[in-house]
Design a protein around this ligand. Structure first.
Ligand SMILES: NC(=O)c1ccc[n+]([C@@H]2O[C@H](COP(=O)([O-])OP(=O)(O)OC[C@H]3O[C@@H](n4cnc5c(N)ncnc54)[C@H](O)[C@@H]3O)[C@@H](O)[C@H]2O)c1
Length: 332
């Protein structure tokens, strides 16, 4: 493996802009191909991020056949996932993929199988795992310093109409699957594998918006195999222009109030008097997740969020969504 990475992007929309601006600033990355079914979007990316030096595709199968890619950044909307991961893996192309990786476990399972079979590296876009305080607290849990994690309270609040596909549950999966999945992933990251989940969800604030079939208020209770409990609440009826993603963790020796993944107040509760510490960081989480993947490729290492993690957190949010629909507890 050379020190330079030929990168292609599939899906040149909103979030791909964030990734392309990080990637275009990395000396080790050559942005060589942009693919979008809307050709003008791929052309726009080429002009903006690659001085029009990259190739344009409207079909990713052709891109894989024609280019010598090292990595592909997959930024497709949830409903558009088909076989782009399997094709990448069979061409030996490493994969970055935005969450949710699919809308059903069958597609997710095929992705995981292909990545494992062809031994390519993968990273799912759960960037909050790269928050500086999330990283510290995870290390304290793993080392035993924090004691046992017993409770998490997560909340995700925003108020926006988003893209037309986003509002349709059949295309996005709903707010839990498409968006609050970030919070469910952090809860899983800290507490381990779920045992059961119960969720209530409603469309309360957008009943009159045409084609808005997603829930916009939800509350979920999760029990984990180790006995820990979490609640995750979310809404798309909160403060316009603000995206609030906060969580609180209670462990035997440590309570943490996260303002976000980079900023939190830690309380050491195993000492008298209780020690309080504020941690702050302005780390660029998109840069961090990209560098982690490139380093794993270079060193044959392990990424923080391989595609199996994307599948496991998908299973959790799909279970929450199913519970909301059936009114029943879903057991794993
Ligand atoms: N990590 C985050 O914080 C974050 C934030 C926003 C979005 N996302 C995720 O990123 C993904 C994309 O979201 P977005 O807001 O950028 O969507 P978007 O609609 O802005 O962009 C998606 C692009 O994919 C293109 N596309 C659709 N089908 C295609 C296909 N078969 N081949 C090639 N291109 C195709 C569309 O034409 C569009 O340009 C979603 O899964 C979303 O959940 C993640």
């Amino acid at each position: 493996m050379t020190d330079q990475f030929n990168v292609g992007i599939i899906g040149c929309g909103g979030i791909a802009n964030r990734h392309a601006s990080v990637l275009s600033g990395l000396e080790v990355v050559n942005l060589v191909a942009f693919c979008d079914i809307a050709e003008d979007r791929a052309i726009g990316f080429n002009e903006k991020y690659a001085e029009s030096q990259a190739k344009i595709y409207t079909d990713f199968a052709q891109m894989y056949d024609s280019e010598e890619l090292d990595v592909v950044w997959i930024c497709l909307p949830p409903f558009a996932h088909t076989n782009e991961v399997e094709l990448a893996a069979s061409h030996g192309v490493n994969v970055f993929i935005e969450k949710p990786i699919a809308l059903n476990m069958e597609t997710a399972g095929r992705m995981v199988e292909a990545v494992e079979k062809h031994k390519v590296k993968s990273q799912v876009g759960f960037m909050s795992r790269f928050g500086s305080v999330v990283e510290n607290v995870k290390a304290m849990l793993d080392s035993g310093e924090a004691g046992n994690a017993g409770l998490m309270i997560g909340k995700y609040m925003c108020n926006a109409l988003h893209a037309p596909w986003w509002r349709e549950k059949g295309k996005s999966g709903g707010q839990i699957v498409e968006q609050i999945i970030h919070t469910y992933d952090i809860v899983r990251y800290f507490l381990g594998e779920p045992e059961s989940v119960f969720c209530r969800a409603e469309n309360i604030f957008h009943k009159t918006v045409e084609n808005y079939t997603s829930e916009d208020a939800s509350g979920t209770v999760i029990r984990f195999r180790n006995g820990a409990i979490a609640t995750v609440t979310g809404s798309n009826g909160a403060i316009p222009g603000r995206w609030i993603s906060q969580y609180e963790l209670v462990a035997t020796n440590l309570t943490v109030n996260f303002a976000d993944a980079n900023n939190a107040t830690l309380y050491r509760t195993d000492v008298q008097p209780v020690q309080e510490e504020k941690l702050t960081s302005d780390r660029d989480l998109f840069h961090a997740e990209a560098m982690d993947l490139l380093n794993a490729i270079k060193t044959d290492g392990i990424t923080r969020t391989p595609i199996i993690e994307g599948a496991k957190t998908l299973e959790l949010v799909l279970a929450a969504s199913e519970s909301a629909e059936t009114g029943k507890i879903v057991e794993f």
